[in-house]
Design a protein around this ligand. Sequence first.
Ligand SMILES: C[S@@+](CC[C@H](N)C(=O)[O-])C[C@H]1O[C@@H](n2cnc3c(N)ncnc32)[C@H](O)[C@@H]1O
Length: 251
Amino acid sequence: MLTSPRATPVPPFRDPETPNPARVQDWALGGSRNTALDRTFGEGLQHGFPLRELTQDNHGFRSRAVRYCLDRDMLQVLDLGAGLNLDGLYGVDSDDVTAVLVDHDPVVIACHRTVLEQQPRRQVSAIEADLRDPAAVLAHPALVATLDLTEPVLLLLTAVGHHLTNADDPRRLIADYVSALAPGSYLALTHLAPTPELPEQQNALNTTIAAYAAHGYCLCPRDSDHHPGVCLANGVSACSVSRFQRPASGH
Ligand SMILES: C[S@@+](CC[C@H](N)C(=O)[O-])C[C@H]1O[C@@H](n2cnc3c(N)ncnc32)[C@H](O)[C@@H]1O
């Protein structure tokens, strides 16, 4: 098994003056790979926005998606925007899973490489890359050496699509990845959704969007109408489209 996230050494952060989504998420999950700035930022968002609860829901969903596929003898995972918190390897026996972790954050990738160097496993690779370039990601030598794309793959796209702008054309990006997968593959996707029916939560969401924007990060909620068409392409099934949204306590 990979070591637990809590035991993983923390490489030096390049931008300790700025909170970032991976470390804020680590804070929300009770991890130790975050700075005081990330914690202050996360605590600030908690006023009205259920960041911790959403993050924990999302974390549970990822594990369930991996277990669902493992139960169907699907052992390959392509995790786009993998983040820091893999819970070992999705909370399953890491010997069972072949995985490629992709993230554009060098700190995230450095953390995973540190773990992998301590416990070298040929079946797991960590790639520093921008998921907005599917051709480069899919042709990356580490991906090609790790995954067999002629066999089914679980494509994890969780809590990352909302960091893409409309100009990035997330729907086309998803379609590009899905079209590269073998029939029988699965897509597991979570995404921050707008909540116009809950004005109080929507206001808190707007505050959160503004807080991320102030640090140069896009947070773009979209509803599931943006995704179903591509889920059916190429014999790939949607494992579940879980709305990354949960009413704040009191609703
Ligand atoms: C909120 S975290 C989610 C992590 C993980 N997917 C999960 O559900 O727990 C978002 C992650 O996506 C990464 N990310 C954002 N935009 C990306 C991009 N264009 N290419 C690759 N990674 C990206 C961030 O660095 C961060 O680690």
